[in-house]
Ligand binder design. Structure first.
Ligand code: GLA
Length: 393
């Protein structure tokens, strides 16, 4: 699972040369884990993600025509698009992300010149670790470099989010694309998803971020994700009758929700309660991290998990089990599902000296209970997207 080493970069370069000729430039973008602040970004709320050391690599070189040729090593598959006539909308093919990014970039910065792309990645797919943002951001950087157009990182993140909406059909918030662009080694970012102001929070070197992949594939585009988003918007419309100045659930506190929201459909009320309380938890978690109070941070993760399970209903029995196993293991501060949910992964804050044992215990116990061997990754927060300047080959 680590093609970032020189051997696989060499393989990427060599394969590019064999397929297209010439010597490519290579860009990469990471997946992410979210420590706390789940399903809050599209309500203008607060999140606390970190980039992880799994990347999608895009090798790029110019073409003489206006075609975009895309080849994926992972899928063993290729596709070609005419940049003058890019069709709209999702098709369910992996190349939708690249096609979408090319189309959105053209709508912002004018026409792109033809390009050859070769893609290889090690971000686990369908694991809630944002492999889609990784391919979007890496493709965007590659296409921009090939066209000589400069776009600042925030615009890149926003363009990729738009591509996800229109070409993947998921009405996601900005968290994933933002952290893929702005991730920092050994730091989480606390992001205000309205102002897009962010603050770096150092992660204690004595702690590891351990990701446990249940192997239950989540499908955000399957409709549940978009449904949750529209339930939050329905809650805002209801509350606006009494609180006309609000724009999103970010503007509501629990007292206001309880005063004006109890007449809503019960399910909508619970969706809103999750978002409102989760935003409060991110604020409390920021203070906990700043004061190195990892026990408090862990309690907030546990509350977040309960709220995601009971109020927002985006957990599943495998995620609940993974959290339960983690909570009864040694050296664990906190555990919760990360990302969109409905499967995918949990995030665990674990004492560095207990991480190896933790991994073994989880692998054994989860497999014992489910028959499925989980993937457990012991991580530190990693760098965001950029060019890979390794010229060793
Ligand atoms: C997915 C989306 C994000 C965010 C999370 C849930 O990862 O892409 O925008 O909404 O789910 O926090």
């Amino acid at each position: 699972m680590q093609p970032s080493g020189p051997a696989s970069l060499r393989h990427l370069r060599d394969t590019f040369t064999r397929l297209y000729g010439g010597s490519p430039r290579i860009f990469r973008a990471p997946g992410r884990v979210n420590l706390i602040g789940e399903h809050t970004d599209y309500s203008d709320g607060f999140v606390m993600p970190a980039a992880i050391g799994f990347y999608t690599y895009v090798a790029v070189g110019p073409r003489n025509d206006r075609k975009l040729s895309v080849h994926s090593i992972n899928f063993g598959d290729a596709k070609q698009f005419d940049l003058q006539h890019i069709s709209e909308g999702p098709t369910g093919h992996w190349s939708d992300y690249v096609r979408g990014v090319a189309s959105v970039l053209q709508s912002k910065g004018g026409s792109l010149p033809g390009a050859n792309l070769l893609i290889q990645g090690d971000v686990p797919v369908g694991a809630g670790l944002s492999s889609s943002a990784a391919i979007e951001v890496a493709s965007a950087l590659a296409l921009l470099d090939n066209s000589g157009v400069a776009l600042d990182r925030l615009e890149v993140a926003l363009a990729c989010q738009q591509a996800e909406h229109v070409y993947a059909g998921t009405n996601c918030g900005i968290m994933d694309q933002f952290i893929s662009c702005f991730g920092q080694a050994n730091h989480a970012l606390r992001l205000d998803c309205r102002s897009l102001v962010h603050q770096s929070l150092e992660i204690d070197s004595k702690v590891r971020i351990v990701i446990c992949n249940t192997k239950v594939k989540h499908e955000l585009a399957s409709g549940e994700y978009n449904l949750r988003r529209s339930e939050c918007e329905a809650g805002v419309r209801y509350l606006k009758r009494h609180l006309p100045e609000i724009r999103a659930l970010r503007d509501v506190d629990l007292e206001e929700l309880n005063r004006w929201g109890t007449g809503m459909p019960e399910e909508t009320y619970r969706r809103c309660r999750h978002v409102v309380t989760e935003n409060e938890r991110v604020q409390a978690a920021t203070e906990a991290l700043e004061s190195a109070d990892l026990h408090r941070f862990g309690e907030l993760m546990a509350e977040s998990q309960r709220s995601l399970r009971d109020d927002f209903e985006v957990s599943c029995k495998e995620l609940d089990l993974m959290v339960k196993l983690a909570e009864s293991s040694r050296g664990v501060y906190g555990a919760r599902l990360t990302g969109g949910g409905f499967g995918g992964s949990t995030v665990n804050l674990v004492r560095a000296d207990a991480a190896k044992k933790f991994k073994q215990t989880i692998e054994r116990e989860y497999q014992h209970a489910t028959g499925v061997r989980p993937d457990v990754y012991v991580c530190c927060a990693a760098e965001g997207a950029g060019e890979v300047r390794d010229t060793a080959t």
